[in-house]
Design a protein around this ligand. Sequence first.
Ligand code: B12
Ligand code: SF4
Length: 497
Amino acid sequence: MRKLRIAVMDLVANSDKPSLWGRLMAPNFAGIMPQVTAAWCEEMGHDVTYICFTRYKDLPRSFDSFDFVILGALTKSAQLAYSLSNIFRSKGAVTALGGPHARGYPQHAAKYFDYVFGLTDKEVLSEVLQDCSPHRPEGLNVSAKTQPSSLPTIRQRWKFIKAALDKAPFLKIIPIVGSFGCPYSCSFCYDANVPFQQLNLEEMKEDFPFLLTKFKRPILSFYDPNFGVQIDRYLDFIEENVPPGSIDFYAESSLSFLSEPRLQRLKKCGFKVMIPGIESWYETGEKSKTGKKTGMDKVKQVSQHINLILDYIPYLQANFIFPFDSDEGEEPFELTKRFIDLSPGAFPVYCLLTAYGQSAPLNLEYQKQNRILHLPFYFLDSQQAMNVVPKNYSWVEFYKHYTSLAQYSFTKKAMMARFKANKSTLWRWMNVLRGLHFSEIINYSKEFLSLFQSDRQFKKFYLQETSEVPQYYLQWMRKSLGPLWEWLPKESNGATL
Ligand code: B12
Ligand code: SF4
């Protein structure tokens, strides 16, 4: 195979104007697959430049030094990815896209890239690199049959991990993954139909001593969609291979797996952050271990469980989604306020119901029901804007409840209660910093309410009377993309389903 000059870019940010939170934390949000892809390309003998993109100054000095450019992007970075692909193609490179956007919108992305990766393993990547030719106007959608059976270790990815973390001013978090998919099948989730698959943990064994030569106290974050599924296997493995207290771990897990005996072990193993998805007070009872309990009964049980977790794990982020089709009236929001009162130590994260193309079964239902808005991808990050028409709320009603909940959760009183409920200094201040960031998000919903009243085009768009994207969004995106706006293929300004 000919030796290629390859750039692998992880588009962590989507503009040149990151918030304070973004400036401090963005390199810690790097994906694992761009680093894996870079390591695989290098193993195949190519020249690789890896870029963790958090600001425009990260862009390569000259765009014509690459034969092949692979971009990794969430949907919020899709327009940036399309613009960059356009530039690189104009300089003679072949381009490819991988990551959540490619999984959600493979046909749309194929208009702007020569290859679009679905599930990706070394074999699929190798076939693409051997072909490495332009596919235009329609790119090729390529996918492995299953998730990969093995990934490069941290040692093998180290050069790329380091490049990302060198940009992080204080916390330096290293991504790791030991399983794919999930045995649950929450219909809103990207992993609902991906079979659960374990990786061989033995391959990680050498990583722990290696990391201890790089950091005094390394931080490993598990990117498994649901770490809890194989929690006992992980705990056995960590107990056997990691000297107690030498490495900090973060993970995302359903509540159902977090029993007290496991929490005791998690604490001993060095787990510092746990991210359970509570999602709704009326649904997903199985994964919260609340069975058929709903409403206030579920709030009480979940709060007790969350407080128990906080006795063992210093930082807990509780994820919610609004509005599910089962939500009605002010009750779901009021119940969440009670949760805030009962579990002051938890950091709540509210996600707006968002359909990311074809990536989750529920999205297809919304499409059938004609409930998807053509919002530009740029705004689809579950927080800036919402592209699903709520079932039981008018837009104004929904945003009023949502704003009221968000404000309640980040009042000085709530932030002070959170500060006091957390015992560690680092996590106390982390909550303050994140709380300030969330104030920006509250502003988005206030702005929504004001524009809905004052801007006719905006209102008509949300009422599905027009599919023309409101100027407000186009101007915002134009400002954020700066000079790259000129390279954005104009027909890709708005989103498709
Ligand atoms: C771990 C995780 C994170 C991590 C790491 C994010 C990252 N940069 O990858 C953290 C906690 C930082 C995070 C943050 C966010 N996340 Co997140 N996250 C996940 C999670 C739980 C697992 C993703 C993962 O890494 N899996 C392990 C990898 C190896 O497997 P995989 O994702 O299936 O990927 C396969 C293929 O897609 C492909 N592939 C993936 N990436 C790439 C890249 C290249 C170059 C190639 C070639 C191939 C390739 O190869 C893999 C193997 O087959 C998913 C949900 C889920 N259940 O999967 C959400 C998910 C990816 N997150 C999501 C979102 C919205 C966010 C946030 C915007 C939330 C927010 N509002 O803050 C932020 C944005 C972070 C940022 N970049 O600024 C959405 C993305 C939807 C979309 N289409 O954009 C998801 C799908 C959840 C959802 N709501 O449905 N997240
Ligand atoms: S439990 Fe979590 S990872 Fe599993 S399907 Fe539900 S939302 Fe997805």
